[in-house]
Write a protein that binds this ligand. Sequence first.
Ligand code: AMP
Length: 565
Amino acid sequence: MYFAELASLFDELTAYSSRLKKTDIIADFLTRASEDDIEIVCTFLTGRIFPAWDTRDIGVAGKTLVKVIANISGKSSEDVIESYRDTGHLGITAERLLEKKVAMSLAAFEEDLTVVELYRQFEEMAATTGKGSAQKKQRMLANLLSRTEPREANYLVSLAMRNLLIGSKEGVTEDAVAQSFGVPPDAVRRAWMLTNDIGLVARIAKTEGFSGLRALGIEPMRPVRPMLAQNVAGASEALDVMGGRAAFETKYDGARIQVHKVGPDIKLFSRKMEDLTEALPDIRVAVKESIHADSVILDCEAIAVDNRTGKVIPFQNVLNRIRRKYKVRELSHQIPMQLRPFDILYLNGDSLVDLPFVERRALLEKTVVPLDGRCKPSEFKILDDPEAVAAFFTQSIDAGHEGLMAKDLNADYSPGIRGRKMVKLKETLESLDLVVIAAEYGHGRKAGWITSYELAARDEDNEQWAPVGRVSSGASDEQLKELTEEIKPLIISEHGRTVDLEPQIVLEVKFNEIQKSPNYASGYALRFPRIVRIREDKGPDDAETLERVEALYRLQFKLKGATST
Ligand code: AMP
């Protein structure tokens, strides 16, 4: 299939806003896609280049694309940035500037670009690292773009930037796969949640139908999307949600780690599904010694503990440890890490995700043999009395943890879902994890640093970033320096002290209140926001949605009600 055909599909999808219409269009298109193309087409449709579980990244920065677009369109980088300021989207900028060039230099002798060829080129970019790799990728992109029509260039750039605005995120593509191949939408959803690979699911739906989909499941060494938790206002609400009785566990303040083990091989994945195996040698050793299984997938929290006091060290340090992958040994002495497995998803060849939580917990306790403090199952109690929950909560806070998690004893494990099978109780009004979409340099003593950040939540309805405020307080000098360093490669354009950014960095911010506000496109604004930490473990896909900002806006009234009575 030619990439031009896929671009026509994208054009058509952009033209309609109705979800049903989009589903029809994609379903019709998929019936015509070959077995070779369908995996790539469906993954591209969800705005990704590689499957969600796949840790590869083409590693192309916005600035590189600006250069390439300038090069191909015969404009200067300043012209590209000027246009970008107007369009707000590098793909659209590419299309506009290339249109002006009137196909003059369209390499007439080159063969048209196919979907498979584009995918192979992206794979090669992901594999290109080290010295000279930036230039090589620039050349590859320039070559690809010189072979495309302006509108194809738009979509190619959008894919490279992970910013495809065609409204076909997972839900729509899922429904289209079901419709196209006559399989139940629930079967597609389940297979997609378990495999984390919509392309694979589409291919199996096409070639093997319903029975093929049923046979798909989780597999060790392929990271699973973590199940997420909603917030509740207190012990009583937690018990209400869970039907009066639930499992309560310490909520550790660490980093989520998924442990995969097959025989002697162990892999550790972050919440963003990055491979952290090399960065956490002591966790690897602890897993080896304490996990008694041939093959297993465990959902865990890794915490850092001060060797002398035995106290938990704050989360930021956990991440420093994970981040500084290259100074691993040195740091494992400074910040020893411990593992708290809290769920088990796979054991000795069997998927456990459909078992009730209480049965998974029993298997977890059999499989994880506590190794002093280094590796032991999360602290766990079944409770039905709000006062007992409140006492456990206080005990957890006093020990330096974040609060409690409550879990439905009968619930299955739902990868990637933020539902009410697992809820969290924290001490303060929830903080929010938001994406930095623009920023500003400071002045005076902080002149070289980026000190103010525009924050946005994900608006899932229109796939845009919805700004909810600016934050400029709460960060230490150390954190500001770190943020400045991380932000610089993400700058797409600068005007005065302000910079526009690729939306990559996630900040956790606290605030006094969420207010309705006409000043921000989201309709909401944070009152007195302050930075708590840089969420190194989260990417833009993990940022809060506008829907959740709205939910928290409503929840804060409940919380106020709860504390005033
Ligand atoms: P949050 O990051 O605030 O959405 O809270 C959910 C996170 O708490 C999970 O992603 C885990 O990383 C973490 N967590 C800590 N302790 C537990 C536990 N016992 N069970 C489940 N999640 C936990």
